[in-house]
Unconditional design. Sequence first.
Lengths: 223, 99
Amino acid sequence: MTAAHDHDHDHDDHDHDHDDHSHPHAPVEDHDTVTEFHLLEQALRELLIEAGVFSAADVQRQIEKQESRTPAMGSRIVAKAWTDPVFREKLLSDPKPAITQLGIDVANTPALQVLENGSGVHHVVVCTLCSCYPRMILGIPPAWYKSREYRARVVREPRVVLEEFGVSLPADTEIRVVDSTADLRYLVIPERPSGTDHLGEDALAEIISRDSMIGTGLVTPGR
Amino acid sequence: MFTDGMLVRVLDHAIFGHCRTPVYLKGKVGEVVSEAGAWRNPETLAYHKPGLPLRRLYRVRFRQADLWDDYPFPRDTLEADLYEHWLAPADDAAMGDRQ
């Protein structure tokens, strides 16, 4: 990217309902349907490359960077928080420096807020307005996260939706739906299951699922 | 400026164009959880304007029973991030509603 390009960040926050153009490079396979969004993206990209704003190689590097991020990063963060109280405290109060300490690059990505499940509160994250997601630590969101059905229903009937994900919670647990409507992205620290005291950080990271960090799953020891 | 714990009402404005206040929260009363910094205003930023002045963003918590008719679980809540210009101090009547 050139210095003149003042949006030289990770494109993590560019997920405002235009995720359809998931292949901003020459398609390897023909798409069954080429939508107007595909054409618009292609035209815009070619113009920007022609104008020297960025190169095709820059685009490719960004795609590779995006795709290199996976939920395994989130699992490492959560496992560390479960096993290191000092880290947990830092993560909850100021997430990015704590995450950077683990060697995960979250510079130039949207602001992050960490929520902790347990003590009678269960958080579940949604973006009703588009598809905001903590891509910098969980990677590309699952298709259902972006679906209108999930976005519309989880705010209105979260317990029904959670049941469909296999998550049953007692009536006296406070379900706290978190609608990431603006500049913050949210990561959930799931509750550490009992019977995992003997597991170390790496073994714990293995059992921490993506959905548990969105709040649509629970961590089970025998995953 | 709002402080943590303050009750606020989401303004029920109609707006043309990009906006980050969901319709289902308009007119509803919630409690400020925390301030989350000051940001460029997405309503003008979306149209290639600088988005200035910066707007304070607040995390606001609502009771689900206040948002949906016949919501059956009184403890359940919902949080959203709302900009200062969409919030007003909740009046006494609104506080009465929450008793």
